[in-house]
Ligand binder design. Sequence first.
Ligand code: HEM
Ligand code: SF4
Length: 552
Amino acid sequence: MYIYDDYDQRIVDERVDQFRDQTRRYLAGEISEDEFLPLRLQNGLYIQRFAPMMRIAIPYGLLSTRQVRKLADISRRYDKGYVHFTTRQNVQLNWPSLEEVPDILAELATVQMHAIQTSGACIRNTTTDQFAGVAADEVVDPRPWCELIRQWSTFHPEFAFLPRKFKIAVCGADEDRAATLVHDIGVHLRKDYQGKVRINILAGGGLGRTPVIGALIKEDLEPEQLLNYLDAALRIYNRYGRRDNKYKARIKILVKAMTPEVFAREVEDEWNRIKKISQPLGPGEIERIARNFTRPDYEALADLDFNDLALQGSPQFQRWLKQNVSAHQQAGYSAVTLTLKATADAPGDVSAEQLDEVADLADRFSFGELRVSHEQNLIFADVPQTKLPELWQALDRIGLATPNRGLLTDVICCPGGDYCALANARSIPLAEEIQRYFEDLDYLHDIGELDLNISGCMNACAHHHVGHIGILGVDRKGEEYYQIQIGGSATRETTLGKIIGPSFKREEVPDVIRQLISVYLEQRHDGERFIDTSLRLGLEPFKEKVYGQKAA
Ligand code: HEM
Ligand code: SF4
């Protein structure tokens, strides 16, 4: 965990007091709905279908067990006893009452949590790899860089009222687990042949109604210039981004309209101006931030033979070991994913009781820290391999050992029509129907890696464009329908899915997915994933299978 200083604590505490007064004035009728709107948005508060929705920041997905217990406590006292982990490493309360939000923020501040800049037209929570600092394929640990961006972007006076929201993701590993190419800005950390950190910057990616893959606008940036360069990119966006039309206001529209080349040139010119008057990052600054992260007190252990380990447990344990346990930089340790995707639980939801148990387990097995992934799962990043059988048993008891990480039932899903007033269709019940339909674990493991994303409308909160199978809720004459696309991905390669044809009723969807998968199973080459086969074959065989049969 990053250890915040007194200054961080003070600004969070001051913000609570400010928002308490703003809420009081709004409730007393002293400020209007319109005046209150930007104030509540800058504090994570949306008005949704039934109650306000409160989004709490989890900077780059890191949580301490103290914070987890606080979330459990808040959800019991102020909400309905559960929380929802989101697709951008944040956490949401779905049922707080507006009157109590200042009290909730005060509680959160006691564990250095807040809702600052989690909504509104500002720079949002920076996201990264859930395996940051432990991933076996990591080149540069992204966490100090994310913290640097957090410090720079929090209350940045120039960027408090951008044309629209702005999301930055950072990746420092071979595999992009932070979906950087579909963010407003993607930061790629790499090393040159001398081992020095160099940074590539991508801009103009995003999903929503106009999905776009980000363009490379800067290569080999010296790390000392990262903040100056980000200042320049944000200035160009702030200056030229459209404010007249909300649907055309994201940076992706500007980069497209200008062309990435012209946008990059504008940023370069601005950066050259900034460089003349603004200091680069001081020597040792990143090391200073890095030192403020607690480092687990690893024991000197040797890697275990997983084949031997698997033999010690049940078939369920073996599946979990294969699917949910990931390689680690430190010998004798592994990272473990707890998927929040048990059938019948809304994806990303965890009860207060589970949160308390998870906190106890993270204290016992993973140095009192956990992470949140944009796939809406939790991660114990530092588990000694010798403890894996014991951890599995404990997780199994509380329903958090579902061995489906990265499989079809590890559904990424937005709140949809159950909560969100903008939805065309409900997403959570569809996720559940799919999970029920595909309960056979042998079949699921045979299919292998398959990302399924469900968004209830074209705002794409669940990133359906980059699901290997993406589902979008659509409205057909007042009825809920679902459009299906295939071939999207945001990890090893970034591609946008293509729609297979006319949409379906909810009850038809699970069987359509089965048909899509049957084409894959019949035609896959050795070692090919669903996404590889679907990109190699194109849409036709899938369309033929689904619509050919429907017409018959
Ligand atoms: C009350 C209605 C809404 C609800 C309940 C909702 C819910 C969510 C959730 C849970 C996320 C993941 C958020 C995070 O952790 O930061 C998200 C992200 C997102 N939302 Fe919404 N949202 C709502 C309205 C909107 C609207 C009005 C738009 C656009 C006009 C929108 C567009 C998006 C996009 C594009 C993302 C993130 C995708 C990305 O990572 O780039 N949402 N929303
Ligand atoms: S995708 Fe649409 S329905 Fe789903 S949460 Fe976002 S705005 Fe709401």
